[in-house]
Design a protein around this ligand. Structure first.
Ligand code: ADP
Ligand code: MG
Length: 275
């Protein structure tokens, strides 16, 4: 445990990529846990009906558990929905249940349906500036999005200021990114002028293959400083941690995956304005 400076204001990260299986959830839960090891307080909001982030963080999310469905559809408050993560002090989670799968349709007739998450985040007394939100404020919020660009992801893009895009270092890595970035532009123009792609993380990186190195180089040429210097290696320890209800940060803290997520978390901390 180490205590890095906390940001002067809560940083809200939207973890999105409409491609499935690129490491959104894995990066969300492990960066969140890594940040708590650096003395940061973190809230994870699971916005994927699959509830994989909830599973990985060992958070109850059986159907009927108060969750992001109640947040979006019934307007319940974030404060009432967040559960403490047993795996990491300072980490709280709003789970997702399978009920969320119906939310996109149920919200169609709701006024300002794309603003529901933003409203909830804005209303949270522990999210905001150091002065307003106090010592036990959240320093980071991570919203783990489903693999689509529907109303759930749109709610996240409206609510957050920083977007974190995990990119899997493989052949088709850049395919579909154009559509994602066009969506970001649309949201910035009409719904959330603050939104910016602040962070790109290369995942499942296999340093032994020339293909991965080539993809990494292409991503770095295209996005420059937005790409974290630390790439997350492909590691079986990372993929087996969730089946133990743990993040790799506690499951195998000395493993290359855990060390990389810790280093990536340091980069994220260093990239913000600190108090
Ligand atoms: P997404 O949320 O984008 O759909 P996940 O985070 O669920 O993607 O990852 C997809 C799969 O890849 C999961 O089975 C996960 O365990 C595995 N995975 C993710 N990152 C790594 C890694 N660094 N090394 C090995 N497996 C990984
Ligand atoms: Mg996921």
């Amino acid at each position: 445990q180490e205590n890095l400076d906390r940001p002067s204001e809560t940083r809200v990260f939207v973890v999105a990529n409409q491609k499935g299986g690129v490491g959104k959830t894995t990066s969300t839960v492990n960066l969140a846990a890594a940040l708590t090891q650096l003395g940061q307080r973190v809230l994870v909001i699971d916005l994927d009906p699959q509830g994989n982030a909830s599973t990985a963080l060992n958070i109850e999310h059986r159907q009927g558990t108060p969750s992001t469905y109640e947040l979006l559809v019934d307007g319940l408050s974030l404060v009432d929905l967040a559960q403490p993560c047993p795996d990491a002090a300072g980490l709280w989670v709003v789970p997702a249940t399978i009920d969320l799968a119906g939310a996109e349709i149920e919200l169609v007739s709701v006024v300002a349906r794309e603003q529901r998450l933003k409203k909830a985040i804005d209303a949270h007394p522990r999210i905001g500036s150091a002065a307003d939100a106090g010592e036990d404020r959240f320093d980071y919020v991570f919203v783990d999005c489903p693999p689509s660009l529907g109303l759930l992801t749109l709610n996240a893009l409206v609510a957050g200021a920083e977007m974190l895009i995990p990119i899997q270092a493989e052949y088709y890595a850049l395919e579909g990114l154009g559509q994602l970035l066009a969506t970001v532009d649309m949201v910035r123009a009409h719904l959330n002028p603050e939104l910016a792609v602040s962070t790109i993380v290369l995942t499942m990186y296999d340093a032994r293959t020339r293909l991965a190195a080539g993809v990494a180089q292409e991503v770095r040429e295209h996005f420059g400083d937005q790409v974290l210097k630390t790439a997350i290696p492909r590691s079986v320890r990372v993929s087996e941690a969730p089946s133990y209800g743990q993040t790799v940060m506690t499951y195998d803290p000395g493993s290359p995956g855990a060390l990389s997520y810790l280093e990536a978390a340091r980069e994220i901390v260093a990239g913000g304005r600190l108090s």
